[in-house]
Ligand binder design. Structure first.
Ligand SMILES: Cc1cc2nc3c(=O)[nH]c(=O)nc-3n(C[C@H](O)[C@H](O)[C@H](O)COP(=O)(O)OP(=O)(O)OC[C@H]3O[C@@H](n4cnc5c(N)ncnc54)[C@H](O)[C@@H]3O)c2cc1C
Length: 497
C-alpha cells in the first residue's frame, strides 16, 4: 500500500443522533460543552498538522461519570477521543467529531506510600505536578517523558521514555495497577494478577481498550543528577558507545542529542557520587567522545578547510551560545548537580526545538538494527532540511512484560533493550509546507518498513505504516480484540485500526 503524502485526517463523524446523546447525558448529570470557544482549543495536538473539532467536550471528573459517558456513547454510537496533555504529533489525541474527553480534570495524587515506594494517582495529572507532590516527601517518579505537560494516563498508553529508561524501562513498565473504564463503561481495577488481559491491552494500548482513570506507580527516593557530556563527530561511534554503556549498566541516565550529524552529544548522568566515581575510574576511558574544548578545536579545524560549510558552522556556534546556558539554568542547579531534570529539559525542548509544527517522526528498533536505522533516517533529514536534530535513547525491556509490548512502539524482535531515535527538523525562521513536512515523515516511516522496526509515534496519520512494518497477523489479532471490547468501535476510533 502506498500512502499519499497528502494523507492526513480521517473523515469527520457526521453527528448522527448527537442531540439525543447530549440530552441523554444531561439527564444523567454529565455536562457536554459545545460552544466553539470550548471545543476550539482542542483543534490540534502538539504536532499541529492534524486538524479536527469535537462536537462537544467532557471534562473528566471521576470514573462513574466516564462510565456513564461510555455507556451512552456505545448506545448512540458516538465516537469518544481521550486526551491528556495532547502531546501526540500524528493527531491521535485530536477528535474528528464526537466527544473529546479531557482527562486533565482528574489530576489529584490520591496516596503516597513512602515505605512500599508506590503512589496512587488520578491519570489526568501532569508528571511535573506528580513530581512536585512526591518531592515534598523526598520521593520521585521513576521515568517519565521529558515534557512538563504529558499526563500519566496518556503516557502509560504510549510508553513514556526518559533518559533513565535504559535503566528503569519505559513509564508504562512502572505501572503496578490501573483503574480503567472500558469502552462499554465497566469500571475495572486491573494488574498483572487481576484482570491481567485488560491490563496487558491497556498498557501501551494507545487508548484503544479503555480509559485509564487512576494508576498505582512505582516510585523511588529523589536524587539530583550528576551530568556529563561527551562529544562525537560520528553517529556510528557515538551510538556504539551508547549501546555499550547501556549494556554495562554503569550509568543511571544515557542518551544522544545531536545538531545534524555534525555535533553529536552523548549525555551520561548518575544518581549517586559512588556510581559517578566508578564510571570516572573505569568505563569513561573506553568512550571515544571528546571533551568540549577538544571537540570544539576538532570541529573548527574541519570547518576551516570547507568554506561551503561555514553557514552551518555559524549556526552551530549560535546554537551553542543560546542552548547551553538553558541546559544548566542556575535556578535548577546547585554546583554540578541538576535538580528538576524534567523542568530543565522540557523548557529547553519547547524553547529551542519547538515551533508551530512539532514534527518528530521516529524509528524504534532492536539494538542490532539501530545504527542503520539512525543513519538512514539521518540521510532523510539531510535531504530535507539544512538544520535538524536527532534524539536517541535506550529502553530496558522486561521479559515478563512481553505481552504488554505486543502491537506497540516496542519492536517485537527486541530483547534486553529497544532503541528509539526521533528525527526533528529545526525551522530556523524558514517556513515549510504541510506537504513537505508530511513527505519528510513518510520517508522516515518508510525506513521503518524497510528495516522492520516499530515507531514511538504510533497511529493517527501514520497508522498505515503499522500494518506495513508490523505485519497483518498481529494487527488483525488486536483488531478482533478491539471489536470484542468496543462493539460500536467508538473509543479512539481511527487511531490504530
Ligand atoms: C515536544 C515534545 C517532547 C516529547 N518528549 C517526550 C519524551 O521525552 N519522552 C516520551 O516518552 N515522549 C515524549 N513526547 C511524546 C509525548 O510526551 C507522549 O506522547 C506523551 O507522554 C503523551 O502524554 P499526553 O498526556 O500528552 O497524551 P495525549 O497526547 O493526550 O494522548 C496520547 C494517547 O493516549 C490516549 N490517552 C490519553 N489519556 C489517556 C488515558 N487517561 N487513558 C487512556 N488513553 C489515554 C490518547 O487518546 C492518545 O491516543 C514528546 C512530545 C512532544 C511534543
Amino acid at each position: 500500500m502506498h500512502l499519499s503524502n497528502q494523507q492526513t485526517n480521517p473523515s469527520r463523524w457526521q453527528g448522527d443522533r448527537w442531540c439525543d446523546f447530549v440530552q441523554f447525558l444531561k439527564e444523567q448529570g454529565v455536562k457536554v460543552r459545545e460552544k466553539r470557544i470550548e471545543t476550539g482549543v482542542y483543534i490540534t495536538d502538539a504536532g499541529g498538522l492534524a486538524l479536527g473539532l469535537p462536537h462537544g467536550v467532557v471534562i473528566a471528573k471521576n470514573a462513574q461519570q466516564i462510565s456513564i459517558l461510555m455507556q451512552a456513547a456505545q448506545q448512540f454510537k458516538v465516537p469518544v477521543t481521550t486526551r491528556g496533555g495532547g502531546l501526540t504529533t500524528e493527531g491521535e489525541s485530536v477528535a474528528f467529531g464526537g466527544v473529546l474527553l479531557d482527562m486533565t480534570g482528574m489530576s489529584r495524587v490520591l496516596e503516597v506510600d513512602a515505605e512500599k515506594l508506590t503512589v496512587r494517582t488520578q491519570a489526568g495529572i501532569f508528571w511535573h505536578h506528580l513530581a512536585e507532590t512526591l518531592r515534598r516527601d523526598g520521593l520521585d517518579y521513576l521515568s517519565a517523558p521529558l515534557n512538563l505537560t504529558a499526563s500519566v494516563g496518556g503516557t502509560l498508553g504510549v510508553g513514556g521514555i526518559d533518559v533513565n529508561s535504559s535503566k528503569h524501562g519505559c513509564s508504562a513498565d512502572q505501572a503496578l495497577s490501573l483503574q480503567v473504564v472500558t469502552p462499554t463503561g465497566e469500571i475495572i481495577e486491573c494488574s498483572d494478577d487481576e484482570h491481567s488481559t485488560l491490563f496487558e491491552r491497556v498498557i501501551l494500548g494507545y487508548g484503544q481498550f479503555g480509559i485509564i482513570t487512576e494508576a498505582t506507580l512505582k516510585i523511588r527516593p529523589y536524587t539530583p543528577l550528576r551530568m556529563h557530556y561527551f562529544y562525537y563527530s560520528s553517529l556510528k561511534i557515538c551510538i556504539e558507545d551508547l549501546l555499550r554503556l547501556d549494556k554495562s549498566q554503569t550509568c543511571d541516565y544515557t542518551g544522544i542529542l545531536t545538531m545534524m550529524d555534525t555535533a553529536i552529544t552523548l549525555l551520561v548522568a548518575f544518581d549517586s557520587e559512588e556510581r559517578e566515581a566508578d564510571f570516572m575510574g573505569g568505563m569513561k576511558d573506553t568512550l571515544r567522545g571528546y571533551g568540549e574544548m577538544g571537540f570544539a578545536l576538532r570541529l573548527a579545524a574541519s570547518f576551516a578547510w570547507r568554506p561551503w560549510k561555514w553557514k552551518e558552522a555559524l549556526f552551530l556556534l549560535q546554537r551553542k551560545r543560546e542552548l547551553f546556558p538553558d541546559l544548566q539554568p542556575a535556578h535548577h542547579m546547585q554546583g554540578e548537580l541538576m535538580y528538576d531534570r524534567t523542568a530543565v529539559f522540557s523548557k529547553a525542548v519547547w524553547k529551542h526545538w519547538g515551533d508551530r509544527h512539532m514534527v518528530i517522526p521516529d524509528l524504534a528498533s532492536n539494538a542490532d538494527k539501530f545504527i542503520e536505522a539512525v543513519e538512514r533516517g539521518n540521510a532523510v533529514c539531510r535531504k530535507h532540511f539544512p538544520y535538524y536534530t536527532l534524539y536517541c535513547v535506550g529502553i530496558r525491556l522486561r521479559d515478563e512484560h512481553q505481552a504488554h509490548y505486543e502491537l506497540s512502539s516496542i519492536p517485537s524482535d527486541a530483547r534486553g533493550w529497544a532503541y528509539g531515535c526521533e528525527f526533528e527538523p529545526m525551522y530556523h525562521g524558514q517556513e515549510y509546507s504541510r506537504d513537505t513536512l508530511q513527505s519528510f515523515k513518510n520517508e522516515i516511516y518508510d525506513v521503518g518498513v524497510a528495516l522492520g522496526t516499530s515507531y514511538y509515534r504510533f497511529g493517527g496519520m501514520m497508522k498505515g505504516y503499522i500494518r506495513r512494518a508490523l505485519g497483518d497477523a498481529v494487527v488483525e489479532k488486536h483488531l478482533k480484540l478491539k471489536q470484542e471490547a468496543d462493539p460500536a468501535m467508538i473509543l479512539n476510533r481511527d487511531v490504530i485500526f
